[in-house]
Design a protein around this ligand. Structure first.
Ligand code: CP
Ligand code: NVA
Length: 302
């Protein structure tokens, strides 16, 4: 019985196997080949937060695999009125073959996995966004032909994206540098994991982090659930934590730029850099579909 809760507990060889499967499924999709690998299976997609990409790519991906996806808005479920996760997990396990959940606390995802008897996929928590990072790694490998030996840099909030990118990059042999302001560093548990790697650094200065980077990523200054801190965060991040032309000049001349989206142009990234790398960014968004099909198939396939 396997779950996909964070990349911390996903072995490196399984990450690579799922990326290979994602590439295969992408090729099949491009050729119009849709094999019903998950025929007659059902997956529940629980959302406590907004979503465009995650919802649509999971629903379409499940249908393309022959499965039936149920969109479950937590606000209209009993879990949204306080029904315990232990009970929700045991009930849903009797109807469904898998659960994807997007929520606030990582503990809720872990709880579904602990008390249920079907695979659980983390579709974003405040702690991690592992599905997004699988798509990011797929996009980098497609465009650069490899992962190991490249350098990834992340600029901005040490949030769910930064946490998951750090683990995904280091486990696949990439060097990783992040520049995050004091008070907005990545999660201590993830830092502890990363500090065992020589090719890891977490600094304050973005110019230092992007030096010779092959891939640069950023994310919003205030994530979902942090709307009330937006102004305070703006004052901390503005003027320094932005992917712009001056920052790009420090990176490798062929550096890619990725963004999980939605992006705030003029905040964490300039319009100019965003549009110059739009092909990469929208390929990254497309790869959510292929990467998540690989995750569903790995967890829910016979
Ligand atoms: N990147 C991402 O997860 O997008 P959504 O919030 O639209 O799902
Ligand atoms: N860090 C962002 C990612 C959105 C896909 C958030 O959690 O809102």
């Amino acid at each position: 019985m396997k779950h996909f809760l964070t990349l911390l507990e996903t072995p490196a060889d399984e990450i690579i196997e799922m990326l290979d499967l994602a590439d295969q499924l992408k090729q099949e999709t491009k050729q119009g080949i849709f094999r019903p690998y998950l025929k007659n299976k059902t997956i529940g997609l629980i959302f406590r937060k907004s979503s465009t990409r995650t919802r649509v790519s999971f629903e379409v991906g499940a249908v393309q695999l022959g499965a039936y996806p149920l969109h479950l808005d937590a606000a209209t479920m009993q879990i949204g009125r306080g029904e315990p996760v232990q009970d929700t997990a045991r009930v849903l396990s009797r109807y469904l073959d898998g659960i994807m959940i997007r929520t606030y606390e990582q503990e809720e995802v872990e709880g579904l996995a602990k008390f249920g008897s079907i695979p659980v996929i983390n579709g974003l928590t405040d702690f991690a966004h592992p599905c997004q990072v699988m798509a990011d790694l797929q996009t980098i490998r497609e465009r650069k032909g490899k992962l190991a030996g490249l350098k990834m840099a992340f600029i901005g909030d040490g949030n769910n994206m930064c946490n998951s990118l750090m683990v995904g990059a280091l486990k696949t042999g990439m060097a990783f540098s992040c520049a995050c302001p004091q008070g907005y560093k990545p999660d201590p548990k993830v830092l502890q994991f990363a500090e065992a790697y020589d090719c890891f650094e977490c600094v304050d200065d973005p110019m230092t982090a992007v030096k010779d980077a092959d891939v640069i990523l950023t994310d919003v200054w205030a994530s979902m659930g942090e709307e009330g801190e937006a102004e305070k965060r703006r004052q901390v991040f503005e003027g320094t934590y932005q992917v712009n032309a001056a920052l790009m000049a420090e990176a490798h001349p062929d550096a890619m730029v990725l963004h999980c989206l939605p992006a705030h142009r003029g905040e964490e990234i300039t319009e100019e850099v965003f549009e110059a790398h739009a092909d990469e960014i929208f390929e990254e968004a497309e790869n959510r579909l292929h990467a998540q099909k690989a995750i569903m198939l790995t967890l829910m396939g016979d």
